[in-house]
Design a protein around this ligand. Structure first.
Ligand code: C2E
Ligand code: MG
Ligand code: MG
Length: 464
């Protein structure tokens, strides 16, 4: 039977869910191990002062087990760490409850309180194990807790601790056990949504430098390269190269588009500076996609200008691509920011033109340099008459507003010819080249191109 292949997003959800689970277990183990170390140090010091060496020895053991749990969890050996903490703590608590901490009229039992956070931990940590462990471990902890809470069960032993000690010992144990339970529940609650896991993964990816820019050439009517569009990709350690469609929407929803956008701008400036030292690459203009949230930042303009200045790049070599969605809110502020960028020399392009809220009045008000015809119109240009009509009117509009027009998603020679013959200035698409990693892009720019046939040379009129 052929099962449908899970989508990349579903794979991501699965791996994000697994990452979230591991993160929770790890944090719980680190908490539990630390509590074991702290509690055994506390009680061990007290018993050492009383010279109760038997008790000190048992605390040394718990301390060692707690340290082992922390070290294993730190090294991501979560299963080994979980399988160590559960039997050690259950055994110690049962023995202490039966031999040392038997309730009396003066003082209740208290060590069994630690069974509650341990039960919560077992429920989470062994979730993917066989049923006897997945359900048995938490049930065992809860059953023991119930038994020790509801009965006076205990063995007659010479080690029974004196009531005077157990009265204040109850406070120490209750405080530590309830605090541990609180931390366990907090870990569960703060990590509750899978969105958080994907968000965390994406944030770490940005911080750890897993993002990379690919460059797609933009060519003129003579097919000479004039620039490139920087397109971000995520080099995911497990899933390989992840395309922006799989993470930009999440970045937009969660605000991570701001650090990601900052990184893209910095990287673009760094790249432009590097190309600036090479005579073949120095004239290229780099287009960078900018999201609405970035543009709405109060200090967006100085950020861009400072970035260019720090990299010593001429602002004319950077082009910002905005989509129509940027313009639906607070048009005047956006127009002012665009004007400020323009006075510094940065050029501006309207991406995916025609797909959004296209109002001719904002086109007039905005200091744009370029319209970018969306690929959806280019795709069926030669098959669907209405698409050809729309493209023709966009080209006419560009001409009348004095803007350059670039077509994206050019996949065939016939599309290129049509667009060029109807006055389109610039072109981008798979027919020329897909987006390429930096080195491949540079090699593509350097490689000699086949000369154009005479009939392919643009006519002066159509070059606009
Ligand atoms: P976009 O800015 O409209 O980018 C063009 C998309 O069309 C790119 O997809 C490109 O690979 C693809 N494309 C180029 N030529 C062709 C073609 O001939 N045929 C077809 N079918 N597709 C073509 P990509 O790289 O997957 O990017 C998708 C979108 O992700 C971009 O659309 C842009 O909106 C967003 N994006 C990419 N990088 C960034 C970034 O750094 N910041 C922000 N805010 N958004 C980004
Ligand atoms: Mg774009
Ligand atoms: Mg586009």
């Amino acid at each position: 039977m052929n099962l449908p292949r899970p989508s990349a997003a579903a794979d991501w959800d699965l791996s994000a869910e697994e990452a979230l689970h591991r993160r929770r277990v790890r944090r719980m183990l680190l908490t539990g191990g630390t509590v074991m170390v702290l509690a055994s140090l506390w009680w061990g010091s007290y018993f050492a002062a009383q010279r109760w060496w038997g008790m000190v020895a048992s605390d040394v053991l718990i301390c060692a087990a707690g340290l082992a749990v922390v070290v294993l969890a730190w090294r991501q050996r979560l299963r080994a760490s979980s399988l160590l903490i559960l039997p050690v703590v259950v055994l110690v608590l049962v023995l202490q409850s039966l031999l040392l901490d038997v309730p009396t009229l003066a003082a209740p039992r208290s060590v069994h309180l630690y069974l509650l956070p341990l039960g919560v931990f077992a429920l989470v940590a062994f979730r993917h194990e066989k049923p006897w462990l997945a359900r048995g471990a938490p049930l065992l902890c809860l059953a023991l807790f119930l038994g020790f809470s509801a009965t006076q069960a205990g063995l007659d032993s010479p080690f029974q601790l004196p009531d005077a000690l157990r009265v204040w010992g109850t406070w120490v144990n209750a405080l530590l056990a309830v605090s541990t339970l609180f931390v366990m529940l907090h870990i569960l609650q703060t990590d509750a949504s899978p969105l958080t896991a994907r968000q965390i993964e994406l944030r770490k990816a940005i911080e750890r430098g897993q993002m990379v820019l690919h460059y797609q050439p933009q060519v003129d009517a003579e097919r000479g390269v004039v620039g490139a569009e920087a397109l971000v990709r995520w080099r995911h350690p497990a899933r390989g190269l992840v395309m922006p469609g799989d993470f930009i929407p999440l970045a937009e929803r969660t605000g991570l588009i701001l650090p990601l956008g900052d990184w893209v701008l910095d990287e673009a400036c760094r790249q432009l500076a590097q190309w600036g030292r090479d005579p073949v690459l120095a004239p290229l203009v780099l287009s960078v996609n900018v999201s609405a949230a970035q543009l709405h930042q109060a200090d967006f303009v100085p950020r861009v200008i400072d970035g260019l200045r720090a990299a010593a790049v001429a602002p004319e070599r950077l082009r910002l691509e905005l989509t129509e969605s940027v313009l639906v809110q607070d048009l005047q502020t956006i127009a002012d920011k665009m004007a400020a960028l323009k006075t510094h020399g940065v050029t501006l392009s309207l991406d995916d033109f025609g797909t959004g809220f296209s109002s001719l009045s904002y086109l007039k008000r905005l200091p744009l340099d370029e319209l970018k015809i969306d690929q959806s119109f280019v795709q069926d240009l030669l098959e669907v008459e209405s698409d050809a009509t729309i493209v023709d009117s966009m080209l006419a509009l560009g001409r009348s507003l004095g803007l350059k027009v670039i077509a994206e998603g050019v996949e065939t020679e016939a599309q290129w010819r049509y667009l060029r013959d109807h006055g389109c200035h610039l072109f981008q698409g798979y027919w020329f080249s897909p987006p390429l990693p930096q080195e491949a892009f540079e090699a593509w720019v350097r490689q000699p191109k086949a000369p154009l046939a005479d009939g392919d040379r643009p006519q002066a009129a159509s070059a606009g």
